[in-house]
Design a protein around this ligand. Structure first.
Ligand SMILES: Cc1ncc(C[n+]2csc(CCOP(=O)(O)OP(=O)(O)O)c2C)c(N)n1
Ligand SMILES: [Mg+2]
Length: 331
């Protein structure tokens, strides 16, 4: 497919989407402090361009799977954000009726396959989803996301091998945000160019500066085209940064405030807004309207979550192992 145009409309969509994802996550943090969201909570702040750029390259029917930093990807894939918020709050109207929680957002209907808490656990699953499409003769591509920590798992290497052997239509997207919990990439391997892990499998691979959605889009389009054309998988190392701690209790002793501040200077949302302003894609008033719209939608999500009941006690054992006793899951 020829490179898609990146227009005024693209920039305005990127701005609105990324701002919404950021504010949604900020609201999650606030609700966590109020104990309306319990358990673990991993926020995506700072990494938004990795999703925005990918979505611009994806086509209908393409699929996505990721780890536990997974609240906003399903929203990008079309899931109702109010249902995501209800899920986070453990409510009945959530995407998994409140029983999945923060690390397990899932929507087969919207081709979003989770939401996985076992580091690297989603990698073979992602290749399997892509294999199913190939097996059924469908021209869809699966984007299989993972963190820099996950590439040290055996499952990653086994999957890379089989994905090449069977020419699977998958894009492996490593979101290298520099850290796996408190462990920096430097402390996990003798070299820090994660993309080079593809070389051992003769898999096309490259690094991408991931704080800007245009860079991400370009790399994704190339990789997705390759997979769709039957030319097999790609490994992209997208270099990004997380602005918040790993989860909600993280003293962040493994990095300095100056380091975080350096990355905040290249905040993806600010970068997109700067283009909008310099190219006069929107007036100050129009930008303010987007900001207000985002604020209102976040408030609506919280209201929806608050108004949704907790699941009934008798539901506790339903849908644990099979879909049969879980009729709300659509085929
Ligand atoms: C198999 C396994 N080992 C350890 C953990 C604990 N753990 C949870 S998140 C995490 C760090 C993963 O970091 P990374 O893959 O870079 O993703 P990020 O959090 O940066 O998005 C670890 C070690 C786990 N969940 N699963
Ligand atoms: Mg990481």
């Amino acid at each position: 497919m020829p490179r898609k145009k990146i227009t005024k409309a693209t920039y305005l969509k990127w701005y609105e989407d990324m701002l919404f994802w950021r504010k949604f996550e900020d609201m999650c943090a606030a609700l966590y402090i109020q104990q309306k969201i319990r358990g673990f909570l991993h926020l995506y702040n700072g990494q938004e361009a990795v999703l925005a750029g990918a979505l611009h390259a994806m086509e209908k029917g393409d699929k996505m799977i990721t780890a536990y930093r997974n609240h906003v990807q399903p929203i990008g894939m079309g899931v109702d954000p109010r249902k995501v918020m209800a899920e986070l709050m453990g409510r009945k109207d959530g995407t998994s009726r409140g029983k999945g929680g923060s690390m397990h957002i899932f929507s087969k209907e919207h081709n979003f396959y989770g939401g996985h808490g076992i580091v690297g656990g989603q990698i073979p699953l992602g290749a399997g989803i892509a294999f199913a499409d190939k097996y059924q003769g469908k021209k869809h591509v699966t984007l299989c996301y993972m963190g820099d920590g996950a590439v040290r798992q055996g499952a990653f290497h086994e999957t890379m091998n089989l994905a090449m052997l069977w020419n699977i239509p998958v894009v492996f997207v490593v979101e290298n945000n520099g850290y796996a919990m408190g462990t920096s990439v430097e402390r996990t391997a003798n070299h820090t160019d994660i993309y080079k892990l593809g070389l051992g499998y003769e898999m096309p691979c490259k690094p991408v500066e991931g704080m800007n959605p245009v860079n991400v889009y370009d790399a994704m389009q190339e990789a997705i085209d390759r997979a769709r054309n039957g030319e097999g998988p790609t490994l992209l190392e997208i270099r990004t940064y997380r602005f918040k701690g790993h989860s909600m209790s993280d003293a962040q002793k493994y990095r300095t405030k100056d380091e975080v501040a350096e990355y905040q200077k290249i905040d993806p949302i600010t970068q997109v807004l700067d283009v909008i302003k310099s190219k006069k894609y929107a007036s100050d008033k129009a930008i303010e309207e987007i900001n207000q719209k985002v604020k209102d939608l976040v408030a609506e999500c919280v209201e929806f979550g608050n108004n949704s009941p907790f699941p009934d006690q008798e539901e506790l054992w339903q849908g644990v192992y099979s879909q049969e006793d879980y009729p709300f899951i659509k085929e």
